[in-house]
Structure formats: C-alpha cells, structure tokens
Design a protein around this ligand. Structure first.
Ligand SMILES: [Zn+2]
Length: 293
C-alpha cells in the first residue's frame, strides 16, 4: 500500500468524522433552538393564564370586585326563605330587588336614587328588555355592575305561557330561555361574568311541576330567589308612590330578613318615586342593605 493511498483513506475518514460532527452539532443546535421555542410558548401560555386569572379575580358570582363588599350569600337566604324563616339573630338585612329591567327610562333614575342614598340592590334582568333598549340598556347594566349592584338572571322572554304552559313548568323551554339571557349578559359584561342567581318570571312559588328545575339548579349549583315582601308595583290595581311604600313597609314588618320585590321596567314611574321613602323606612329601622349573589 502506498503512502499516497493511505493519506486518501485518512482524508476520507477525517471528512466523514467532520460531517458527523457537523451533523451532531446541527441537530443539537436545532434541538436547543426548539427547546427555546417550546419554553417561550409555555411562558406565553402561563402569562395568558395569569392574565385570565387576574381578569377573573375582578368578578365573583354575579357581582364586580367593587360589589363584593356589599354582597351576601344568596344560598343562605334562599334556604331560609324555603322554610319561611325570616329571623337573623337580631340583625336586620334588606335586599332591594328590581325585576324585568333594564329600561332606559326608569333604571337610570333608580340608579341615581341608590347612589344618592348610598345603598346597593340586586337586579334580575330580562333579556328581551335589554335587547329592546339597545346600547343604552347595555350601558346601564355595565353601570349597575360597576357601581356594586348584583346581577341575577330573570330569563330572556318573560313569556309565562311558554315557560309554564297550563301553569306547569316546561323545563326545556325554561333552560333554553335562561341560557339565552345568560349568554346576553355575558356578551354585555364580559366572558368571565357569571351569575348563579335566577328569579323565575312570576316567582317560583306560582307554578306547578317545578321538581325538574330543583334538580337542574342543584346540579348547576344555582339558586332561585323569590321574595319575602313586595311593594305590589306589578300586582292588583295601580298604586301611587305612597301606596307602594306603604305596601312594602306593611309586608316587611316583623322580618329581620327582607327580600323586597320591585320592578324598574317601563311604566314603573311610581316605583321610582316610592323608592326614597322605602329606603328611609329601612334605614330608620336599623336594616343593613345588602345584595344577593
Ligand atoms: Zn318579572
């Protein structure tokens, strides 16, 4: 074997070795690069998660961060109402509740009075009225939420013939109607908004065959809230502001827990006018104003 041939062999071996090294280095490089990318991706996901958590922290169920200060566990109140137990160990609490909003005429006035009086309320909103009120109605809901009031779901249509044909619950129609309103509320208040609180149109107590709703609410950890007292602004003959206030006071007497039913929808101008006297009564009688969520 000549020396020249040997050199060629050596050269080839060296070239092969070099190629192998280049290959390994290249692969390692690609691997490191890829790891970097994966890490960056993970960091991004973590960051997004953190941001979402922060966003979520601004809300609790049915109330804004601000609203947490004024709210009370609706489950405790609902359980007491089921047993017609309005006692609270000597401590008086009132929950002002407004159904069927939002209206662009009366809701702003209700909000003004509540702000002036420094008290908070719970609004059970009706989706069809929100849609009728357009952007103004949507802005009012945001205002309610941001000012610390609580938001409950009163369904979309408020169509009792559809929800309870022949006075018997149609659970599928009911679920669809409330889901539609829930989606609308989320569209207005943001995707992290949720409320576990509902009020049945006409009140839970008014209808038959409600067992499927009990099961559904229990499964979903949701709460249906009726009332202990009312100003009767949607019942019987039309009343003026003074008569409404009298009715509210009369039906609240002797109760340490008061959930007062009122309406802030269209045509409820007298309700607006009755509000200062109603609030004054509860202030004078040592009630604390809370929201339900
Ligand atoms: Zn209603």
């Amino acid at each position: 074997m000549s020396a020249k041939k040997l050199d060629v062999k050596k050269l080839i071996l060296i070239i092969i070795a070099c190629l192998a090294i280049i290959g390994i280095v290249g692969k390692t490089w690609a691997y490191v690069d890829n790891q970097k990318k994966v890490k960056a991706e993970q960091l991004k996901i973590e960051e997004e998660k953190k941001k979402a958590e922060e966003e979520k922290k601004k809300y609790t169920v049915g109330v804004s961060h601000e609203g947490k200060k004024y709210t009370y566990d609706a489950k405790v109140i609902a359980d007491k109402l089921k047993k017609y137990d309005y006692s609270n160990g000597g401590k008086k609490i009132v929950f002002l509740t407004f159904d069927d909003g939002t209206s662009t005429t009366n809701t702003p006035k209700v909000l003004d009075i509540l702000r002036k009086e420094g008290v908070k309320a719970t609004f059970f909103l009706t989706g069809s009225n929100i849609d009728n009120g357009g952007q103004r109605a949507r802005d009012l809901i945001k205002q309610e939420f941001e000012e610390g009031h609580a938001i409950g779901n009163h369904g979309y249509s408020h169509d009792c013939h559809k929800l309870y044909p022949n006075r018997v619950l149609d659970i599928d129609a009911f679920k669809a109607d409330f889901k539609k309103n829930d989606e609308l509320l989320r569209d207005v208040l943001g995707k992290y908004f949720s409320t576990r609180l509902i009020r049945c149109p006409g009140g839970y107590m008014s209808w038959k065959g409600m067992e499927p709703l009990d099961e559904y609410l229990a499964k979903k950890k949701m709460i249906s809230m009726d009332w202990t007292s009312l100003s009767a602004d949607a019942e019987g003959p039309r009343k003026n502001a003074q008569q409404l206030a009298n009715y509210a006071i009369q039906t609240s007497k002797g109760k340490e827990i008061v959930v007062l039913l009122m309406h802030d929808t269209y045509g409820k101008e007298e309700t607006v006018k009755s509000l200062p006297a109603i609030i004054q009564y509860f202030k004078d009688n040592g009630y604390e104003f809370k929201t339900l969520s």
